[in-house]
Design a protein around this ligand. Structure first.
Ligand code: IMO
Ligand code: MG
Length: 422
């Protein structure tokens, strides 16, 4: 392991980052989240027990691993406390959790604003997770946001009152219920007490740990094509789930970063609206959804499914400096008779291998496929790549040849153990 290794989503989220993070986290001293909020949903299966993480770095499951929620994360304290309690009730130790003083807080008015904005968008809706993520980041950049450290300052009441006054004006305009600042203050003061033991200056902590030669694994949330700058804007989330967000959202610097793992599935999926070149709106797409259990861990929505898109994958590699790939659900795609792999797009009669996030181009691009034989059979017991059936090897070798990056992890089943590691 390098000083700092990073795990990022290569596509539209839900690539199975949790599984890789869980494995790497077992070797790290520190697990770090730097971006997003409880719009993320990372499922991990340990000894037959399923854990779903939305905010806490899943590395916390490994005894002794320090779990840090960095400054770039937006925190809904109610959700965080629920997550802490769930872990405690399952007998897990959470005393190793650390929360950045600088992380911004999600308030109930952010959640209602998220819903109101979606209503107003009508057919142009984004399909957000309705967790208040966008409005909370808006306040951060507008510079009226309220941070974790404000919970412990005498200014807290004033900050909430000012925000509630402003937001109520908008809610009134739309005939929505108004907020009572005093109730929110009281509620958040209780959260402040419950979270106090975990709060610290995580930037200084991270650099102290690095000086002590501790190893850090950064747990990316969301994914490259959901990035506010590099994704399919406006159908994106409100943060930078790409490598830049890891740095700004944690206080790490570039020189400590070693491996950047790009996680993908052997097929693809997307939740929410927006263009998706390899989407299958037919029975094959339905079959992939059922075989891969592609229903949201956060919102339970059925995910849109399709074949793997190497044009988009190569873009993710470029934008993030991905050094190795993690391919999940090889077993799932191997249940189809025929598998397709998108190796180029056709746009207005011209073939291209260049990915662009322009909405019109993405919507009008048609995938150009190569075909592979499926029916891989049961892969769940395979732990060495060379033992994979010929058809499966052909498929993954073509991916590597196209993107010129090695696949180091291959998921062959849902559980922690069902993985080939190179
Ligand atoms: P993980 O970490 C998949 C999508 C939403 C919506 C858009 C904006 O599990 O991969 P937001 O609530 O963030 O404003 O919604 O982004 N989205 C995700 N899709 N996995 C996620 O996280 C996502 N987080 C946000 O569906 O289209
Ligand atoms: Mg998700």
């Amino acid at each position: 392991m390098s000083k700092v290794d990073v795990v990022l989503g290569s596509f539209y989220g839900d690539e199975g980052k949790g599984k890789i993070i869980d494995y790497l986290g077992g070797r790290a001293d520190v697990a770090l989240r730097a971006t997003g909020g409880n719009n993320a949903g990372h499922s991990i299966e340990v000894d037959g027990e399923k854990f779903v993480f939305h905010l806490i770095p899943s590395g916390i499951l490994n005894k002794g691993t320090l779990a840090i929620i960095g400054n770039g994360v937006v925190i809904d304290p109610k959700v965080l406390i629920e997550e802490i309690n769930t872990l405690k009730n399952k007998g897990k130790d959470v005393s190793n959790l650390r929360i950045s003083t600088k992380a911004h807080l999600i308030f109930p008015y952010h959640i209602d604003m998220d819903k109101l904005l979606e209503e107003n968008r009508g057919d142009g809706k984004i399909g957000t997770t309705a967790r208040g993520i966008g409005p909370c980041y808006c306040d951060k950049y507008e510079r009226c946001g309220i941070r974790v450290e404000d919970l412990y300052s005498d200014k807290f009441g004033d900050l909430v009152r000012r925000n509630v006054d402003d937001k109520n004006k908008i809610f009134a305009l739309y005939n929505k219920p108004l907020y009572d600042a005093d109730l929110i203050i009281k509620e958040y003061q209780e959260y402040a007490n419950l979270l106090k033991e975990y709060v610290c200056d995580t930037v200084n902590l991270i650099h102290k740990l690095l000086q002590e030669d501790k190893k850090i694994i950064c747990e990316g949330a969301q994914a490259t094509l959901l990035d506010i700058d590099h994704g399919s804007y406006p159908y994106v989330t409100s943060s930078n789930p790409t490598i830049g967000g890891i740095i700004s959202g944690s206080g790490l610097n570039t020189k400590d970063i070693g491996e950047v793992y790009g996680v993908m599935k052997a097929y693809s999926s997307r939740v929410g609206e927006g263009p998706y070149v390899t989407e299958l709106t037919n029975q094959v797409g339905d079959k992939i959804r059922e075989l891969g259990h592609e229903y949201g861990a956060t919102t339970k929505r059925p995910r849109r499914c399709g074949y793997l898109d190497l044009v988009a994958l190569r873009y993710a590699i470029l934008v993030n400096g991905i050094t190795a790939l993690c391919l999940n659900h090889l077993d799932t795609i191997g249940k189809l008779d025929t598998i397709k792999l998108c190796i180029a797009y056709e746009y207005q009669g011209t073939k291209t291998e260049e990915f662009t996030t322009n909405e019109k181009i993405l919507r009008e691009s048609k995938p150009i496929y190569e075909e592979f034989k499926g029916n891989f059979g049961d892969l769940s017991q395979i732990r060495n790549r060379k033992d994979l059936p010929k058809n499966a090897l052909k498929y993954i070798e073509r991916i590597e040849e196209y993107v010129q990056i090695p696949i180091k992890f291959i998921g062959v089943g849902a559980s922690r153990e069902e993985m080939i590691i190179e």
